[in-house]
Design a protein around this ligand. Structure first.
Ligand code: CAA
Length: 253
């Protein structure tokens, strides 16, 4: 466990108090990063629980409120981080929601709400850090995609489209920043032991688990390990890649 240091690389993690986000924050702090966990201000009880959970990190993990679907708010957040802590060297876009229902029942609100968080949110955050990262010649961006962006999933036309879009976005941005020391990659979790997956009806969830070759749900630690790997100082030759962490649920190359 590391305490905050003035020359530590600054990592911004959206969805930072979520099931996977919290673990990513802690593992990045363990790797010596100064971490800013970003999430909605409205989740006050969970913010308090998060603060308590990471209190042993002695300020190496801080919370900042921001709605990633709001472009201006993301700009304000990054400005605030730059003024109070330093430039963002690492950005992890882990904020995401589901609005599962078959397309024949999906209303435009369920489509747009999901796109605004899961896809616009990635643009909104990356847009506000990319100039500074390329100018300073270092950056690590990891966007959380999903196995369901690779395979599609019944009831997830919105989510699958957004998550596939996240990888397309990441490959394009990787090309734009490759010569400037900035890598952009995706991590695609499979089904993990998180509240999001717990919300899948039990019979469907059981069927999915029985189809996972490793024989269990993933853990947030399984995902955080991949994120820490891609954000390392010496990970500069891995860019535009997708790292699947799905227990073998979907294999491809
Ligand atoms: N495959 C095939 N058929 C299915 C099905 C499936 N997975 N799910 C439902 N059906 C069938 C039903 O049996 C029913 O059939 P009948 O009409 O013959 O009775 C019909 O499809 C129901 O269709 P509906 O249009 O009524 O579907 P719905 O609006 O009720 O939606 C659902 C069903 C709630 C979306 C359900 O399919 C579901 O929960 N699916 C799983 C979604 C899922 O995996 N979400 C992942 C969340 S976690 C996550 O996203 C994290 C990550 O990155 C992995």
């Amino acid at each position: 466990m590391t305490s905050s240091t003035s020359n530590a690389r600054v990592a911004v993690v959206t969805g930072g108090i979520g099931g996977i986000g919290t673990e990513i924050c802690m593992r990045l702090a363990d790797a010596g990063r100064q971490v800013i966990a970003v999430d909605l201000a409205t989740r006050s009880d969970r913010i308090e629980a998060f603060r308590e959970h990471v209190s042993a990190y002695n300020g190496a993990i801080r919370f900042e409120p921001c709605d990633v679907s709001d472009f201006k708010a993301c700009g304000g957040l990054i400005e605030h981080v730059e003024r109070s802590i330093g430039h963002a060297d690492i950005l992890i876009n882990a904020a995401g929601i589901t609005r599962d229902t078959s397309l024949r029942k999906m209303d435009p609100q369920q489509w747009h709400d999901l796109m605004r968080v899961n896809l616009d949110g990635v643009f909104n955050m990356c847009r506000h850090v990319v100039d500074s990262m390329t100018t300073r010649g270092f950056g690590r961006i990891v966007n959380l995609s999903s196995v369901n962006g690779q395979t599609g999933q019944f009831g997830q036309t919105n989510y699958s489209a957004a998550k596939a879009g996240v990888h397309g976005f990441s490959m394009a941005l990787a090309r734009e920043t490759a010569r400037k020391g900035v890598t952009v990659n995706t991590v695609s979790p499979g089904y993990c032991d998180t509240p999001m997956v717990a919300a899948v009806p039990q019979d469907i969830r059981q069927q999915i688990i029985s189809d996972i070759p490793v024989g269990r749900l993933g853990t947030p630690a399984d995902i955080a390990r991949a994120v820490v790997f891609l954000t390392a100082e010496d990970a500069g030759y891995i860019t535009g890649a997708n790292l699947p962490v799905n227990g073998g649920y979907f294999m491809s190359f």
